[in-house]
Design a protein around this ligand. Structure first.
Ligand SMILES: Nc1nc2c(c(=O)[nH]1)N[C@H]1C(S)=C(S)[C@@H](COP(=O)(O)OP(=O)(O)OC[C@H]3O[C@@H](n4cnc5c(=O)[nH]c(N)nc54)[C@H](O)[C@@H]3O)O[C@H]1N2
Ligand SMILES: Nc1nc2c(c(=O)[nH]1)N[C@H]1C(S)=C(S)[C@@H](COP(=O)(O)OP(=O)(O)OC[C@H]3O[C@@H](n4cnc5c(=O)[nH]c(N)nc54)[C@H](O)[C@@H]3O)O[C@H]1N2
Ligand SMILES: [Mo]
Length: 776
């Protein structure tokens, strides 16, 4: 808040929008300008702490290149226009397509970064207004596997654990989760425990030397794509030693015999060969997991975006089920979220689910929604779940999807195999609407660009990874003519004149609070029950964890404390799938498997990935994040402290591989896969041998460097997990070629998993003094 006069500052309540941790903060406002942020000490999640992205990222709101007017494509160029022209054009195209092709010509691709009220409105417009099943979010790239793993094990989405489990656990196991860089405040909470009187033991499963790995008692660094083999060996050891809760298994679960039979074949030696991890380390990790008294596990993209994603994530749930470690302090599973509001996309049915964790395959659930919205159930029923993102793009490629409305996501950088994605987005047969705050790589090829007001400029609620709901108040006026995503959707609904069965407006709310109330009605009686909440309750104190039914407005800390699951056949969100093939089970099979609504132990054999290192492509390629940037950097590149700390793409390589290939810190290399190539400077790090890591933050819409040769997704394959349909960003094969010797170190941070082995690289500084430029 440097530069501001404390006396003239007012504070607006909010929470972080740059990760899923849900760190509560207040935005400082002077006049009508943001001048800083401070953590909210009263909040259960962060107790006042903030991470670097939160401390500096808000500056992007005031970037001079914000979109301030709608744009429309004329004669091949995007030109400024007014809202009436832009939205009438969109509404007219919608009506023409509905008349000539039907609802399935229209699709929506949204985000994990809007607010709950916006997703609910979008879901109602798409499903009940248009009647299309083509609705998904970038949550497909992010937490589709989290949701799927929860449905497969517990019958329903919903995080069993709570962040307070960190305070009680004696073992914390992190599976493919670099929490130190991606949820730094949760990591601070773990560091507090490590520095305290009764420190927990950490288990880390990650091929990179993350800060978590450095603090771990056991660090397992498997070859990418082999998580299932490793998990099966851990379960093999746990079962073989009888480190299980027989009573819990007998009373609360089904499926233990299948698991026993399956993991019998996965001795630590077998897994050691597949994963290239010492068998002794697997034994030691299994002992720690098996003898923990209070075990907390977290799972994230190292599992969700790797080969056999759902199958691997479900095995973590299995560890907790066989050990009876759920619903008690310190005993939790967090199938993590990544984006700040991903949980809400899922709850509201703006992704591949329907609203309120209802089951699309259960006619009674579809009827409930039809009754609530007062529309014909026939409009909402389909013979499959909502279309997944990769399929949306495939339909556009084939030409049957002719209008795609993209909100708050940048697929031209974040989807796999970008060469193909670009060609789809640029197709003449696709009418592309992009709703964003900047002219991104995706917006640049749109037919209509709608300028959104964002976090801090609009009011709404969102829910973090441990089910904590926060209110985010409007702090300042949006720039120019930018409008909140909710206002844009409401205006579109008015222009489309969507009506219910009685001829009344289908979307009958008019602002955030009335949208929230509409959602509350939809959530009533479902697991994500919000009926006990209100904006008033959420204002002033701490965030609150759902379920919050009317008789429990203080919320619920842990799920399944009573050993009862939301998995009864009539109530569950999904009838489940074969977690290896992805085939749906169907109602009859589910009723037979789980008539009483218990937790389900589901086993999975390991199968090797299709794309893996070979003579032509000798390295395993993985991609991911760094501490200082958020995704495609539309916000963090506009905060000088963050951009300065990680200004340009790099590629991490192990010491042994660097020696073998005669490559040194700072050299420029070309990385090639069967799908494309990029150029990047080399960071020699302690990453495991045989693996290259490239951060995916660096797109190609950059005035200083507009080339298509640095985005990690030039390299990734069009491939997804059969059960969750989440794209596989973390199991590929690559080769490299030296282009030019370096003259200095790679532009990679020294402070985290990308730390150099070369001690002479100057340390990364993320300036902590902040100067507000008052001249703008
Ligand atoms: N700083 C920062 N924080 C963020 C974000 C951001 O962009 N920047 N984004 C947010 C979002 S949306 C998300 S989804 C989360 C993601 O948070 P994380 O999942 O923690 O981040 P990633 O870097 O994608 O991947 C985590 C780790 O997976 C490991 N990994 C790769 N392949 C494998 C494998 O096959 N097996 C195993 N066991 N591990 C593997 C990588 O080495 C990496 O360290 O972060 C959130 N927080
Ligand atoms: N190779 C590789 N690819 C990956 C991943 C990986 O690990 N490796 N991770 C995947 C994951 S987990 C994720 S979550 C995705 C993220 O991928 P994206 O969603 O494409 O990334 P973002 O940069 O967060 O894009 C969000 C967009 O929304 C805009 N925006 C921000 N706030 C608002 C708002 O309030 N309203 C509107 N309308 N727009 C707004 C931003 O300017 C930005 O353009 O990437 C995925 N892609
Ligand atoms: Mo994500």
């Amino acid at each position: 808040m440097a530069g501001a006069d404390p006396a003239s500052v007012r504070w607006a309540q909010s929470a972080s929008i740059l990760h899923s941790n849900g760190d509560a903060l207040d935005i400082a406002v002077e006049g009508d300008r943001m001048v800083g942020v401070r953590g909210r000490a009263s909040d259960r999640v962060n107790r006042g702490r903030l991470d670097p992205k939160d401390l500096f990222g808000w500056q992007a709101n005031a970037a001079p290149d914000r979109l301030t007017r709608p744009l429309i494509r004329r004669d091949g160029h995007l030109v400024e226009t007014d809202w009436d022209t832009a939205l009438d054009h969109v509404a007219k195209r919608t009506r023409t397509l509905l008349r000539e092709q039907g609802p399935e010509a229209i699709g929506f691709y949204t985000s994990g970064q809007l607010f709950l009220e916006e997703y609910y409105t979008l879901g109602v417009i798409a499903h009940a207004g248009i009647g299309t099943n083509h609705v998904d979010g970038n949550t497909r790239l992010c937490t589709a596997t989290a949701a799927e793993a929860l449905k497969e094990s517990f019958g329903c989405d919903g995080q069993p654990g709570s962040y307070t489990d960190v305070d009680h656990a004696d073992v914390i196991a992190l599976f493919g989760h670099n929490v130190a860089e991606t949820q730094s405040i949760l990591w601070s909470r773990i560091l507090d425990r490590l520095a305290g009187g009764d420190p927990p033991q950490l288990i880390c499963v990650d091929p990179r030397p993350t800060p978590v790995a450095e603090h771990a008692l056991v660090h397992l660094a498997p070859l990418p794509g082999t998580n299932v083999a490793l998990m099966n060996a851990l379960l093999h050891e746990i079962l073989a030693h009888g480190w299980i809760d027989e009573q819990y298994i007998a009373v609360h679960t089904v499926g233990i015999d299948d698991l026993r039979a399956c993991v019998a074949d996965y001795s630590p030696e077998v897994a050691a060969r597949i994963c290239d991890v010492p068998a002794a380390d697997i034994r030691e990790a299994a002992r720690v997991l098996g003898t923990a008294r209070r075990l907390l596990s977290t799972v994230l993209q190292g599992f969700y975006q790797s080969h056999q994603a759902t199958a691997a994530a479900v095995q973590v749930n299995n560890v907790h089920l066989v050990r009876g470690m759920l619903g008690r302090p310190g005993c939790g599973v967090l199938q993590m979220n990544g984006q700040p509001t991903a949980q809400n996309t899922r709850e509201c049915g703006a992704d591949g689910d329907i609203a309120g964790f209802r089951n699309w395959a259960n006619a009674a659930h579809v009827q409930e929604l039809a009754d609530l919205w007062n529309v014909d159930a026939g409009r909402l029923s389909h013979d499959g779940p909502p279309t997944h993102a990769m399929q949306l793009f495939e339909l556009a490629e084939q030409g049957s999807l002719q209008m795609l409305w993209v909100s708050a996501t940048n697929p031209a950088v974040s989807l796999p195999e970008l060469r193909r994605i670009r060609s789809i987005l640029e197709r003449d047969s696709l009418f592309l609407v992009v709703q964003d705050i900047f002219l991104t790589e995706t917006a640049a090829v749109a037919d209509v660009v709608l300028p959104a007001a964002t976090w801090g400029e609009k009011t709404g609620t969102f829910t973090n990874a441990d089910r904590t709901i926060h209110l985010s108040d409007q702090a300042v006026t949006p720039p120019g003519e930018a409008r909140s995503d909710l206002e844009i959707l409401l205006d579109y609904a008015r222009r489309m004149d969507f009506r219910d069965r009685d001829g009344n407006p289908l979307v009958h709310w008019h602002d955030p609070e009335s949208a929230f109330r509409a959602w509350q009605a939809c959530s009533a009686g479902r697991p994500c029950d919000y009926t006990g909440l209100s904006y008033t309750l959420l204002r002033g104190g701490s965030g609150i964890q759902w379920p919050c039914p009317a008789d429990r407005p203080e919320g619920t800390e842990r799920l399944y404390a009573d050993g009862k699951f939301w998995s009864r056949p009539d109530y569950c969100e999904s009838y489940g799938k074969d977690i290896v093939t992805g085939e749906s089970l169907g109602e009859a099979a589910y009723r037979e498997l789980n008539p009483e609504g218990r937790a389900m132990i589901k086993a999975a054999e390991f199968h090797p990935a299709k794309e893996r290192p070979s003579a032509d492509f000798p390295f395993a390629l993985i991609t991911g994040r760094t501490l200082y940037h958020f995704h495609t950097r539309t916000k963090t590149a506009r905060a000088p402290q963050l951009q300065g700390a990680a200004p340009q793409v790099w590629v991490e390589i192990s010491i042994a591989d660097a020696q073998e290939w005669d490559i040194a810190e700072g050299d420029l290399i070309e990385v090639t896969t069967p799908h494309g190539e990029i150029r990047a400077r080399v960071r020699v790090s302690r990453i495991r041998r045989g693996v290259l890591f490239v951060p995916f933050h660096y797109g190609y819409w950059d005035a200083d460097d507009p080339a298509h040769d640095r985005a990690a997704n030039e390299l990734t394959p069009t491939a997804w997990d059969p059960a969750s349909k989440q794209p596989i960003f973390k199991t590929g094969a690559a080769r490299l070629r030296l282009l030019e010797r370096g003259t200095g170190p790679a532009p990679a941070p020294t402070t985290a998993a990308s730390a150099p082995v070369d001690g002479s690289v100057p340390p990364t500084v993320c300036a902590n003094a902040l100067v507000v430029d008052r001249s703008v």
